[in-house]
Design a binder for this molecule. Sequence first.
Ligand code: NI
Ligand code: MN
Length: 225
Amino acid sequence: MKITFYGHASLGIEVDDVHILVDPFISANPNASEVDIENLKADYILVTHAHQDHIVDVEAIAKRTGAVIVSNFEIVSYYEKLGIEGHPMNHGGKWDFEFGTVKYVNAIHTSSFPDGTYGGQPGGFVIEGERKNIYIAGDTALTYDMKLIPLQTKLDLAILPIGDNFTMGVEDAILASDFIECDKVLGYHYDTFGYIEIDHEDAKRKFFEKDKDLMLLGINDFIEL
Ligand code: NI
Ligand code: MN
């Protein structure tokens, strides 16, 4: 499994030959100007919630690639009206896709489209691949519901928001890492706007002091599991 960071909360995940995009917000993110969205591959686009900073490039990429949207029922319905294929889910449900099993899990946040359309309840994704398991938290507060995840899934990596203000900050993400029993964390949802700027070295040090590993990737950088 290869995970590439495209800035903010945008990720590319490759499992064997399947390309998955998560929350593409690239064309409107000045920090991600080096990402060429015309050349991004996508068989699936996972959408955690409907906020602008998670969906801005969903329509264009889906129409160019024919990717299937995987999200909650309301978000999938919104894109189906635009002629885009989707796979609707809801909280607590899982489905076996060709790249692994995806479970849509709780997030504490809000979810409306930029035009005001209701975007259902926000979520995160637990992906159980053939060899590696990851949790993509989406925009969320710290929540006790996270403790449910390790009852069923041994995570190899957790992707957690750390920018504070709109989501968990660093201290809460450290507690989340305890709740989900995964000490290997890729931080996201930081620095993009003034409200969520963080001190990278301070954040890494705080994780390190708890015997945890916080990874922060540059744009287009990737990790392999
Ligand atoms: Ni949001
Ligand atoms: Mn967000």
